[in-house]
Design a protein around this ligand. Sequence first.
Ligand SMILES: [Ca+2]
Ligand SMILES: [Ca+2]
Length: 126
Amino acid sequence: MKRTTVRRAGVVALALTSLMGVGATAEADAQRLASSCGASVCLYEHDDYAGAQEDFLFTSNGCANVGALNNKASSMRNPSAGRMQFYNSANCSGSYGYAAAPRSADSDLTNNGFDNLTSSVRRVNP
Ligand SMILES: [Ca+2]
Ligand SMILES: [Ca+2]
């Protein structure tokens, strides 16, 4: 099995989310809308950065397969300086169907024809 230089941070992010108190929900929601992505690129299950979140931390250019959110991502944040390409197939095979510019976010992938399709993400140079 080919090793990748990509480290998955999704488990950490989910653990932090579960530690937030009930009283902090409204504040947490506001914070989430402002920015909830501390990794290189983050996928969200629903539009407007809602639902489950999966984080990807790229330390170099490379490809990462989507885990729990495979074929479920409906919005994304890319706070990194890298351009990200989203693929319908695993292992970034074939041609990408969506590209995220550095420091960009998209609250709804539907208008890009890529709702619930992303199976892998590749970081490439801008
Ligand atoms: Ca979805
Ligand atoms: Ca797919």
